[in-house]
Design a protein around this ligand. Sequence first.
Ligand code: ADP
Ligand code: MG
Length: 781
Amino acid sequence: MLQLKNLRKSYHVGDTTTKALDDVSISFRNQEFVAILGPSGSGKTTMLNVIGGLDRYDSGDLIINGKSTKNFKETDWDAYRNNSVGFVFQNYNLISHLSIIANVELGMNLSGVPASERHQRAVDALTQVGLKDHISKNPNQLSGGQMQRVAIARALANDPDILLCDEPTGALDTETSEQIMKLIQNLSKDRLVVMVTHNPELAKEYATRIVNFQDGKILDDSNPFTPKDEKDTFNLKRTKMSYWNAIKLSFTNIMTKKGRTTLTAFASSIGIISIAIVLSLSNGFQKQIDTTMSKALAKYPVTISQTATDVNSISDRDDSEKNVKNRGYLTAKKDKLQQSAHKNKITQKYVDYVKKINPEYANNISYQVGVNLNLIGKENGKVKPVQFSPLPAGTAASQAYEQMQSQAASMSFMGSTVFPTSLDKKKGNFLKDNYQLLSGAWPSKPTDLVMVVDNKNSLNINILKNLGIKVKADEKLNFNKLIGKEFKVVDNNDYYQELPTGMFVPQKPDQAMYKNSKIKLRIVSVIRPKNKDSMALLSSGIAYSDRLAVKVIKQNQNSAIVKAQKKSDRNVMTGQNMNGNAKKLMMQSIGGSSLPAGIMIYPNDFDSKDKVLDYLDQWNKGKKKQDKIIYTDMSSAVTSMTGGLLSGITAVLIAFAAISLVTSMIMIGILTYTSVLERTKEIGILKALGARKKDITRVFDAETFILGIFSGVLGVVIAQLLIFPINSILYTMTDLANVAQLNPVHALILIVISTILTMLGGHLPARMAAKKDAAIALRSE
Ligand code: ADP
Ligand code: MG
């Protein structure tokens, strides 16, 4: 059944060549007890290793069950070792971190015997070698003889056809040696036993055949055997170690070096800790920013003004700017902002479109009508002109301000002086939602005015003066001085006088003008912003309903000045020539056009803003560039700016933290490498039991896998613990509670990353381990 034909094997070290096997030919019976005697270094171990498939021969052939092994692949040898061969070594070669029973089960693990059967067979084998009472002990709790019995039990467990023993009694006293020999003799009744020994007495007493060995050659054979031609009955089951078994094996190994493992895991978790903390801080800050921003900005309006900035058209890239240093000329360029300025053609159709917006998304829309109010008021019985402007009356600046107000919507950062009328009364009221009533009652009629003060209850003194209220700087003014104050809006026909030249000039206000006016305005309340953080939606000063503007336009539509202006391309007040746009503005200011100069849409909340923007985008679909209406959404510009900044900082911090991850990866590599060196003998044992290269790799990969998960979890746990003090420090510093928050998804991803990185770091040493020569590994101590 086992035939060696002209086997040769030599070792080459440097220039010297050692012939360990020199043309060895011998055949063994299926059942016999062969003792191999010979001096040290004569090649006995080499022959045993070759027979057992632990070592390869150089030439000749080894025939197993009639099959030549010349073309055997690694996996064939692995299967052969596992299924057919049992090894017993002089130094027992037990795995010290595994229990006795686990040592015996190891070979069956590889051949995939189910757990319960494995256990039973291991118990049977241990009983057979007389260790029934020591089953739960560890190898280092046994005597030498007992350890050798465990090794024999392990060799027996898979019921091999061949038992190979390399000086099994070499380390034992005479009495124990006799017992072991008896045991082996007993086992040789059902199988072939080949035993190398130094001891000719033992050989003579127990063996059925004695072979003398010298210088790699067989000197004599006491009972030679010439086999008949044998049919090929070679058939082996492939071996395979399951991932689960690899993990169990590594786990027990790791448990023998808890201290070192914990330290390493801690060191390699530092990267995870820092990344986790950076992430949770940035998470937290982003959340804080988002909530503050959305609180403050959610209600800030989306504005549509007559001129908007087309962000898409601002681009700094220009190839013609290359190599300009030495050109010797300059290029005249259009102003960038001017270039990107987009004229919005707000038409009645568009206004109607906006009006149809869903009140679920935006319940408040104000139309900024550019009409100038011809205001007058009474002071001590005298009629005087009145202004809502915050600038000193009668100056050029104040006139400019009037102009600006009429185009209020184009000044995105400035609050409006017109408050919207709510579309749906049930959905809340713009003023009540955002402002606090300091005195008086909420406006109900279009002619009701409100006085808006800032969050310090202060007001620009010019506003009061322009209303005809006598007040000194820093004077404290009682609310009732304001509430109930009345003004009148004068009809264009009363306000402007037509000169014989066809020009119009404003008249000096008088009692008749005051009496004639049909529109009486009244300040009904003083209000201030509700939230100290909220942006001023309305600018300080007088604010009125957009319905008032509609009323005034209606009154003035057919006035003389409007009719005259309609026909003329010159400004009927100044006589200047006007282009189309200037004429449009002029018409709007004298109440000749009902088209709004701007529209402000107040979204109900942060989420509905997107819906509003979608709705507005819908209008532009398929329109030519110049017909598009471009809106300004200040809040999103601000949020995306801070968001971008924060994620930039986060990325930089994470990059730094990641460096420590790489460091830990290298560390794990070194640790695995040491582990490989330490476990060299274990690798040899596993191979002797039939483990494939893959299985060895798997064992070490499993070790780094456990280590990776451990350090990942450890890192996340430590980070989570550190977050408490960090948050309390941040709370005392910034008054923000619970800023840092570790997202569970991030925690999970970090654990996965840690595992993958440690496995990567440990995989190379694991591959090295797998490549180790089993025979050399077993010779190592
Ligand atoms: P024995 O078991 O009979 O004492 P071995 O089979 O161990 O002898 O060794 C036979 C010869 O091969 C010895 O000379 C030994 O030095 C040599 N040898 C064994 N293993 C190696 C090796 N891995 N590298 C080089 N020489 C080796
Ligand atoms: Mg030897």
